[in-house]
Design a protein around this ligand. Structure first.
Ligand SMILES: [Zn+2]
Length: 877
């Protein structure tokens, strides 16, 4: 069944409050649910029946206003209750007794068991697996929740809001009652029950109020939650100072759970996290893990306002909360760094991942606007488009308005909509009204799929001394639909190094950055009496998520590089030079190499920036330049150039590797993190240069490092290229860390991405799958093998004997029986197939028949498999 955004209808009934009493038992949990409904004054019709959602739960008793009711039907996960006479015209109460079975629930939605914990995950539609309700985000109710369980097994009982009562009961049972004063949609409900330890602190907010912050985890891991707790405090202070948004509850809790499909979930006052996202310490975490933890802890906390206090009217509006909150977590992450150069490098990393994953999604069969128009399973639309492109759209509003007006817009948004479930139009409307800047054309970003292209044409007439710049916007997905043009804010600067006198024409001064608001298909800027062609620095800081088409030779790019003063653009020009060389199989020009060397060795430059310079463009970024491409050939080509760089700068790598190895004690300052990054880049390049000659450096670092980051980046290149002695190192890693789940996940993933040595490589993967530590039911473990193999190990996955494809299809189906959400994520790999060359496409479709023949798959998976079938049809295979 397909759902359409245009078909939205206000609910017939609203629910003022929900009282739950939950008798927790992992085999069979009894839920008493009392809901206080009233007719929606904004509903257009008088409803004769009320429809409640319920999935995989059994109904035990049903009362309306205290009376047992018989006139109901229960079919297709819908409980329909007919109104007797005028029952539903006034406020009424429905009480339902139902049962669910946490231990049997492997979907990780609703109420389920993770190790010895009972936990919930309700976004998007998991609440209906716990009890019957109108399970949609525009019904916001005040929840009171009484949890009852055996005290010995479940000494800690947590839910949303504030703890109002605790009791010891007969039969060694006990109860805890929680009340959340803020109305919320059912997807934000949560409970956790189990034996947990707590890491807590009290903080004082700017208005003097005391708040209790708690991180809950199992006893063995509680020490690894201190960074998380500190980050939570930082996030709270940041949101107060940057946006004036205060923590509204007396206590705020985070719980670590081992089996969790996503990174984390923002349930009101009770965030639930995948434990891998919050456990950090020196002997466990990579430097990048800390950045991730900081962002995700910030992200879930920031949802407290952008998502929870103001929620989404329907799931099509998902980007309303996600785009805005990703923007906020990126800003938080950047504001934590004091140096501008550090912030610039972070921006480069965000953009690099956007251009690799979101741009390719936006060019493939899953392309959708940040606010989709239709879906079958909403779980499939938690995409990088909704999240990352959504954040870029909010960032553009910030660029157009500026910080002050953007903040006024945020203030107005909360003033108007606090406690409501609203739409993206409401958000942009508040921004527009607060700033008095017309955003009506900008709104088209919410309905336009595909990455916009901006083509650049420059002309300099040296006789007439006229320079003109023409910018033309287009969108590959718009040819047919002829959508109107977008409003694109582009930061631009005309750099004129040989300026004889200051130039200011058409309100534009040279050598000064300004924002060009492009609103038409064609924009032309002309300057007269110019004695030399200026250098064009465009889309500075990646101000708009677009593709710039700018025909430049290696020589042009290098000339631009000499004068470019924007850090992002400097990095991007180097990336564009790499693209040009790799795609046209050119040689590295001498001048280019000289510039690279100069930047690499420049001690006054940010060390983090220097270490990003030699990251060649990713496969998926390069693939976007082709209609069809041979994945194996492309990666071989990238490796060829990487090896060349490795060999050309061998002496520099050696020199810098020593220089960065300063023997200082491990710490987490940006300076130390950057030095480690550059050091490990050098090590990686040395191993690419000559694995036999330099293996000993990596082995030495692995055994002598005092932190996991250095140990890991010594191990990875050894395994990836199967160095002579990699097996000993890998075994050591396993034996040292076999009791630490997060590290064993890494152990699986590094082997799943190893470059294959022969056609039987798949047997190695199957051997790992049969390893006693492999557990397909745990999403982190399943991903560490199956996703790493399918998404990262290009040569093995695409092997033309078909074994990789076949393995993938089988894995998707196996996973679907256990965890449909995980299965459809893995299945999305097949959506790229339309983009592969004929040989790989053919081979792929020859080996995945099993997937097409299966009649018994989840709706999550079915939606993706249909898209894959469409590709097959389109390619007449
Ligand atoms: Zn989120």
């Amino acid at each position: 069944m397909t759902f359409y955004r245009q078909q939205y209808r206000a609910p017939d009934f609203l629910c003022q409050k929900i009282e739950l009493e939950i008798n927790l038992d992992k085999k069979s949990t009894l839920v008493r649910n009392r809901m206080y409904f009233y007719p929606n004054p904004n509903s257009t019709q008088r409803a004769e029946e009320i429809v409640l959602n319920g999935e995989d739960i059994s109904l035990e008793a049903l009362r309306v206003n205290g009376k047992i009711i018989k006139s109901f039907s229960l079919q297709n996960n819908e409980l329909r209750i007919k109104s007797a006479s005028k029952l539903f015209l006034d406020p009424f109460q429905i009480e339902i007794l139902s049962r669910c079975h946490p231990e049997q629930n492997s979907s990780l939605k609703g109420l389920y068991v993770s190790n010895n914990l009972m936990v919930t995950q309700c976004e998007a539609e998991g609440f209906r697996k716990i009890t019957f309700s109108i399970d949609r985000p525009d019904i916001m109710s005040v929840f009171t929740v009484k949890l009852i369980a055996l005290k010995k097994d479940y000494p800690i009982l947590l839910s949303n809001g504030n703890l109002i009562d605790e009791e010891n009961l007969a039969n060694k049972m006990h109860s805890a009652t929680w009340h959340d004063p803020f109305p919320k949609p059912s997807y934000l409900f949560a409970l956790v029950a189990g034996n947990l330890a707590c890491n807590e602190k009290e903080i004082i907010c700017s208005n003097g109020e005391k708040k209790l912050l708690q991180v809950w985890a199992d006893k063995g891991n509680i020490k690894k939650t201190t960074f998380c707790l500190d980050t939570l405090e930082n996030a709270i202070h940041w949101d107060e100072s940057r946006f004036g948004l205060k923590l509204d509850l007396d206590r705020f809790m985070i719980v670590a759970v081992d089996d969790f499909n996503m990174g984390a979930m923002e349930n009101k006052g009770l965030n639930i996290f995948n434990s891998s996202a919050i456990y950090t310490d020196q002997n466990l975490s990579l430097d990048q893990d800390y950045v991730y933890t900081e962002r995700i802890v910030g992200h879930e906390y920031f949802h407290n306002w952008t998502g929870n206090r103001v929620s989404c009217r329907d799931w099509f509006q998902l980007t309303l909360k996600e785009g805005l909150t990703v923007f906020r977590d990126q800003e938080f992450s950047s504001d934590r760094l004091s140096k501008q150069s550090g912030k610039d490098v972070r921006r480069i990393n965000f953009v690099n991942s956007l251009r690799s994953s979101q741009f390719s999604e936006d060019a493939g069969p899953m392309a959708h606007p940040i606010r989709p128009d239709s879906y079958e399973a909403i779980d499939n639309f938690y995409t990088s488009t909704v999240y990352s492109k959504g954040a870029e759209v909010v960032r553009m509003i910030h660029t157009i308005l500026g910080e002050d007006k953007f903040k006024h817009g945020m203030d107005l948004y909360f003033k108007r909509h606090d406690g409501c479930a609203v739409t993206c139009d409401d958000f942009v409307g508040a921004m527009q009204d607060a700033s008095q800047i017309d955003l009506s054309q900008f709104m088209l970003w919410y309905s336009t799929p595909g990455t916009p292209i901006l083509s650049i044409q420059e002309n300099f007439d040296s006789k007439k001394n006229i320079y003109s710049l023409t910018l033309i916007q287009s969108n590959k997905l718009n040819h047919v639909s002829k959508k109107p043009d977008l409003h694109i804010p582009v930061k631009i600067k005309f750099i004129s190094p040989n300026l004889k006198k200051p130039v200011c024409q058409n309100g534009i001064s040279f050598n000064k950055e300004y924002i060009l608001n492009i609103t038409k298909k064609k924009t032309k800027i002309e300057f007269q009496q110019i004695n030399a062609k200026p250098i064009l620095s465009i889309n500075r800081g990646f101000s708009a998520p677009i593709i710039i088409e700018y025909e430049q030779t290696q020589k042009d790019l290098l000339e631009q590089l000499a004068y470019e003063d924007d850090t992002f653009n400097t990095w991007d020009i180097i990336q564009r030079t790499y693209c040009l060389i790799i795609l046209n199989k050119q040689k590295f020009g001498k001048k280019f190499l000289a510039i690279l060397k100069k930047i690499l060795l420049r001690e006054d430059l940010d060390v983090g920036f220097r270490s990003t310079l030699f990251n060649l463009p990713t496969e998926s970024f390069l693939a976007q330049k082709f209609d069809e491409y041979d994945p194996e050939a492309l990666l071989k080509n990238i490796h060829f150039y990487k090896k060349q760089l490795a060999q050309l700068f061998e002496l520099e790598w050696l020199k810098l590797f020593d220089a960065m190895n300063d023997g200082k004690k491990y710490d987490l300052t940006p300076d130390q993190i950057n030095r480690r990054a550059l050091k490990n880049k050098c090590l990686d390049m040395l191993l690419w240069c000559d694995i036999d000659q330099y293996e000993h450096l990596a082995i030495k670092q692995y055994f002598s490092a005092d932190n996991m980051n250095d140990r890991w980046f010594a191990l990875c290149p050894l395994v990836l290229q199967s160095s002579k002695n990699f097996e000993g190192v890998l075994d050591d890693f396993y034996h040292q860390y076999k009791n630490i789940d997060m590290l064993i996940d890494k152990w699986f993933s590094v082997q799943a991405t190893q470059l294959p040595k022969g056609p039987d490589y798949i047997d190695q993967i199957k051997k790992l799958q049969a390893h006693p530590d492999f557990n397909i039911k745990n999403p982190n473990r399943a991903n560490s093998l199956l996703s790493s193999f399918s998404y990262i190990n290009t040569f093995a996955f695409h092997n033309l004997n078909g074994s990789g494809y076949q393995f993938w299809a089988k894995s998707v189906l196996t996973l679907d029986k256990i965890n449909p959400q995980g299965a459809s994520f893995l299945a999305k790999r097949g959506l790229d197939s339309g983009h592969w060359d004929k040989l790989h496409k053919q081979c792929f479709y020859n080996h995945i028949d099993e997937l097409f023949k299966n009649k018994n798959m989840s709706k999550n998976l079915l939606e993706i498999v249909r898209l894959i079938q469409n590709i097959k049809r389109k390619n007449s295979l």
